[in-house]
Design a protein around this ligand. Structure first.
Ligand code: AMP
Ligand code: ZN
Length: 114
């Protein structure tokens, strides 16, 4: 996926600061944060979305990344929201699997990000 922005970020082609990295995933701050904490957890391999035959080890890495990000950003105790927009009608704009991790203020019951 040579024209995929998240492939380029996750594989170091575009230099970025990672809050977490392992063999399968990276985590970095969202360019346009919708909350005080807004981090994206992104697999290094290209999958269009969550229901695109994602290997179990990648899903486990995503969970580990979320836990590490929550601890590192100080929202592990207060709570945070994980969102995976899946498909254009759900608001997915980058067609490379990513999980939003949002926190740092009362998120209410809304479906952030808008
Ligand atoms: P979604 O609408 O679920 O596909 O989310 C895509 C997210 O990626 C949005 O919240 C964007 O702000 C974010 N985004 C797009 N390009 C970049 C980038 N180069 N670096 C960080 N975040 C980005
Ligand atoms: Zn990609």
């Amino acid at each position: 996926m040579s024209d995929c922005i998240f492939c380029k970020i996750a594989n170091g082609e575009i230099p970025s600061e990672f809050l977490y990295e392992d063999d399968n995933v990276v985590a970095f701050n969202d360019l346009n944060p919708q909350a005080p904490v807004h981090v994206l957890v992104v697999p290094k391999a290209h999958h269009d979305n969550f229901v695109d035959d994602v290997p179990a080890e990648t899903l486990l890495s995503m969970e580990r990344a979320v836990r590490a990000v929550a601890e590192r950003t100080g929202v592990a105790e207060s709570g945070f929201r994980c969102i995976m927009n899946t498909g254009a009608a759900a608001g997915q704009t980058v067609m490379h699997l990513h999980m939003h991790v949002l926190g740092g203020r009362g998120l209410g019951e809304g479906l952030l990000p808008a």
